[in-house]
Design a protein around this ligand. Sequence first.
Ligand code: SAM
Length: 250
Amino acid sequence: MKRLFIIGAGPGGLEHLSPAAQAAIAASSELVGHGLFLNLLGELKAGKTLHKPPMGEEITRARLALDLAAGGHTTSLISSGDAGIYGMATVVFELLDRQPQPEWSAVDIEVIPGISAVQATAARVGAPLANDFCVISLSDLLTPWETIERRVRAAAQGDFVIAFYNAVSKHRDWQLQQARDILLQYRSADTPAIVAFNVTRKGEDITLTHLGELDPKAMNMLTLVVVGNSVTRRVGNWIYTPRGYEKRLS
Ligand SMILES: C[S@@+](CC[C@H](N)C(=O)[O-])C[C@H]1O[C@@H](n2cnc3c(N)ncnc32)[C@H](O)[C@@H]1O
């Protein structure tokens, strides 16, 4: 069988890589992914052929993975977190949709879920996502800023807890400031916020802060930002969003 696994490798720490993902990697002879994510696989990559097109080469990576699988090599295409959340799965399906190659139709594809950065971050600090939440990427490389801004405003109006992926990069920091200023029109400056860097990886750093204090200068492309809704609270070193149990606690 010609097989392609699209793997969500989790936030980084191998203890968060699912047994299904480990089995798929073990069954593959070829691993395709960004070098950083392949390195995080540690011993699991031993004996495999590694293919590491550089960051920004997502289409090359997806095409290569399909070609390798179509050529009879069982292949794992590795994404961090969950492959379906700003990850590689959609690139594969977009290629199959818009540029289908006859040989790709024989490939059996399986998408294996992973723990996304937002889940890993939430677990580290308590339960900030316990009520309705959304994720928004602040990268305007593929999505126009007007669309992102509209979504941020809608999420603010809907009082969602919001996780910002791709909040900041080396050449991009104004988006987080603008998102913060939009949120401040709807939420108080002391709304709990979380700045999470390299979660579950070496150098992990998580700061509990407030919406009004979010500062992109202290962040980079390995940072995830979570902003609570109007009722998100801090208890000691934990942050949680109530679901309404207080009515039953009295
Ligand atoms: C292209 S997205 C990939 C998201 C990934 N597929 C997931 O589900 O977590 C990259 C962004 O995810 C966030 N991210 C991914 N892994 C992270 C981690 N271990 N710690 C903090 N943020 C992370 C950062 O915001 C980063 O800019």
